[in-house]
Design a protein around this ligand. Structure first.
Ligand code: GLN
Length: 503
């Protein structure tokens, strides 16, 4: 009997050993996806292609071939990752032909590097997940194809921008998904959906084939239900890539092995200022409880300061929008997706008409903001200043990591909020990113892992809470060791959201 709830690493081991067929596992996943269309987690399901891949994997095993580390594991990819055999839309109308449906989505002529590495490791790619348009957002409400619902409470957001990826794993539709994290988009939806999400060090994973949002910040990373599976996936997708000069030539760590290492008197830094105003009391209690448990497990707790954190939001929303305004200039009706012919006018009019019809309001807001902060007369006051503050934020971490090995914080200030609650107030939405942005600006690695859930005050049941762990650049092994220790002790261990219609 196939149980998609077991860790991905175990599924791969069962398929390798021939206990489970890749085809049966894939069928189970496709069925689960079909059973939860209400969540709106998927923009494309690759039924036939996935089954064909699975059957090939089974045949290769039957011929005695040794299968890869992801043998037969169904994986969902955020729709910002290019796939040669399915559409890629970034949840934007501008990457569709008809300006309406994801079914007419743009077809990439190549696979992203992470896509091909997963295929080479014998993963089965079952579909593309919903997201905030071009990864801009924290709630998945900015998707042109509707919001993703939180499997714990469908009246609530599941976080963003990799909301579909997080919800798909949380609801047990796939054991693994990939997301992208520019300022928190893997960690935040993972926290709000009750799963594990890893933002690797900038440069750890190739960005080739990830549709660019803010190139100095973007990273691809795994979302899974358990720590070991994330470790295994990262080992598969990480490493240098001739197609991305920012993919560092740093040897890939033994992440899975790191999950079994003892803690060894790790110094755990706690920035007290992260527990001030604006944090939900239940989130605070839950994260503090996790820190005490880690202390009992042998960590030395060290109070630290990250004094420039409160500039993180302003800094990020200048740098990220500036880069986005440049990156998104390529969507103009000429080469990709939508083309809106203006009634009259020249090429400029074509650009204007296409971009006006194709981009949603948040993307337009960011392009305008980004263009503004880069423009002559404002560049020094905004963009240059933001780059300077970015350096200060990075130095905060350098100083802190002189004294501690890992830093622990909440991933988000509150549990998942209601769909619609913040959509009219972009600033309120941006403020929720306060804890995830600094690690992105500093380029260090971070992950989010469930801790004790909060009460769902308006609904029934519980809402997930995330513990964020941060380590210096290329310190992923340390993160996995600590996260595994926490996972074994976590009160959230084994928690599952209710089934469809369960509330
Ligand atoms: N929520 C942040 C934003 O809207 C982060 C998004 C991301 O990491 N892609 O920009």
């Amino acid at each position: 009997m196939i149980d998609l709830g077991v860790p991905a690493s175990e599924i791969a081991d069962h398929v390798r050993d021939g206990e489970w067929s890749a085809e049966a596992v894939t069928r189970a996943s496709l069925e689960a996806i079909r059973g939860r269309e209400d969540l709106n987690a998927f923009l494309h399901v690759a039924d036939d292609v996935a089954l064909e891949t699975a059957r090939e994997i089974d045949q290769r095993r039957a011929r005695g071939e040794r299968l890869g580390a992801m043998a037969g594991v169904p994986v969902a990819l955020k729709d910002a990752l290019c796939t040669i055999d399915s559409p890629t839309t970034c949840a934007s109308k501008i990457l569709t032909r008809d300006g309406v449906s994801q079914k007419t989505g743009w077809r990439s002529p190549y696979d992203a590097t992470v896509t091909s590495r997963l295929r080479n490791a014998d993963a089965v790619l079952v579909g593309k997940t919903n997201m905030d348009e071009f990864a801009m957002g924290s709630s998945n409400e900015n998707s042109a194809f509707g919001p993703v619902k939180n499997p714990w409470d469908p009246t609530r957001i599941t976080g963003g921008s990799s909301g579909g990826s997080a919800a798909a794993v949380a609801a047990g539709l796939v054991p693994v998904s990939l997301g992208s994290d520019t300022g928190g988009s893997i960690r935040q939806p993972s926290a709000l959906s009750g799963v594990v999400g890893v933002k690797p060090t900038y440069g750890r994973v190739s960005r080739h084939g990830l549709v660019a949002f803010a190139s100095s910040l973007d990273q691809v990373g795994p979302i899974t239900r358990d720590v070991r599976s994330s470790a295994r996936v990262l080992e598969v997708i990480a490493g240098a890539d001739p197609r991305d000069s920012t993919a560092a030539r740093v040897p890939v760590g033994r992440y899975e092995e790191a999950c079994d290492r003892p803690l060894d008197r790790l110094r755990l830094g706690v920035p007290e200022s992260y527990f001030g105003d604006g944090v939900d009391p239940e989130v605070e209690t839950s994260v503090r409880e996790a820190i005490s448990t880690l202390e009992e497990a042998g960590c030395e707790i060290v109070p630290i300061e990250l004094p420039h954190t409160h500039y993180g939001i302003a800094t990020y929303y200048i740098i990220a929008t500036a880069e986005a305004s440049s990156n998104l200039a390529r969507f103009d009706g000429v080469r990709f997706g939508l083309r809106v012919e203006p009634a009259h006018g020249d090429l400029q009019a074509l650009y204007g008409a296409t971009r006006d019809a194709g981009f949603g309001p948040e993307v337009k807001r960011r392009i305008m903001l980004g263009t503004y902060v880069l423009s002559a007369g404002y560049y020094d006051a905004y963009y240059k200043k933001a780059q300077q503050v970015r350096t200060l934020i990075r130095r905060d971490f350098e100083t802190a990591f002189g004294r501690v090995d890992v830093i622990a914080t909440p991933t988000t200030p509150t549990p998942a909020f209601a769909i619609g609650e913040k959509s009219a107030d972009p600033l309120a939405m941006y403020l929720g990113d306060v804890y995830t942005l600094p690690a992105s600006l500093a380029g260090i690695c971070a992950l989010s892992i469930p801790c004790r859930p909060a009460k769902n005050r308006e609904g029934r049941g519980e809402l997930p809470v995330g513990l964020q762990l941060l380590a210096p650049s290329f310190g992923e092994e340390r993160l996995f060791t600590l996260a595994s220790t926490w996972e074994a002790a976590s009160p959230a261990r084994g928690n599952r959201p209710p089934p469809a219609g369960g509330r």
